[in-house]
Design a protein around this ligand. Sequence first.
Ligand SMILES: [Zn+2]
Length: 274
Amino acid sequence: MSIVPTNVNYTYNLLRSNLISLNTIYPFLNIQIVGNSVMRKNIYVIKLGKGPNKVFYSGGIHANEWITSTLLMKFIEDYATAYVQDSSLYGYNVRNLFNSSSIYIMPMVNPDAINLVTGSLPTNSFAYERALSITNNFPSIPFPSGWKANINGVDLNLQFPAGWEQAKEIKYSQGFNKPAPRDFVGYGPLTEPESLAIYNFTLMHDFRLVIAYHTQGQEIYWQFQNFNPPNSLEIGEKFSQASGYRLSETPYNSSFAGYKDWFIQTYNRPRLYN
Ligand SMILES: [Zn+2]
């Protein structure tokens, strides 16, 4: 039986109902609420396994890249199915994986604006009206399909204390100096509850590796400034082979204040961004 659909817009309500269904059938899934969005929606983390090797995957931080939420939720379902069937996933026996690793997954970092982009935020709501007034200042960005930010018009992946001032300088000079559908860094680092949630959650754990899913560019970023975490290149190359995406140097204008930048700067450990 399939629970997570891959052919429909993935909304917050769908996420919630899929989590309830998955947890009923697969009670070994550990589902936690680790924060709330601006509009008080839950930010969920699903933990797969109980082993000491702790890794963290996140998706749906950019609203119009919500397909990464579908991807991670489908992965959770595939993992759970393989666990009960005692079978393998991509060559790994899942019961062995369950005992050796803990995979933490935050499938939807930005639920409010994902609802905006997927068409499930009522057009007569205050939040929709506000988004519309923000977008009117940026007429070249399609609405709502070009919306990456959270519902306050802050780009959540430009909120991290790793070169935030440089990001601010770059983005402000490009005209993103106020709430916008994308590229506004906010008035300070970690001002938004969603970026703060992923930041705090990361700090509470000692992750060996983090992966943040995006959709644009078909490429993988693995560095920050002159930090080259051990094994990062090698892991990136494996991902490149598996996905067909190229391993890229981050373009200068996108090289500050992202989640990966902060993680690499703080831990000098691999983090992939694709
Ligand atoms: Zn993105």
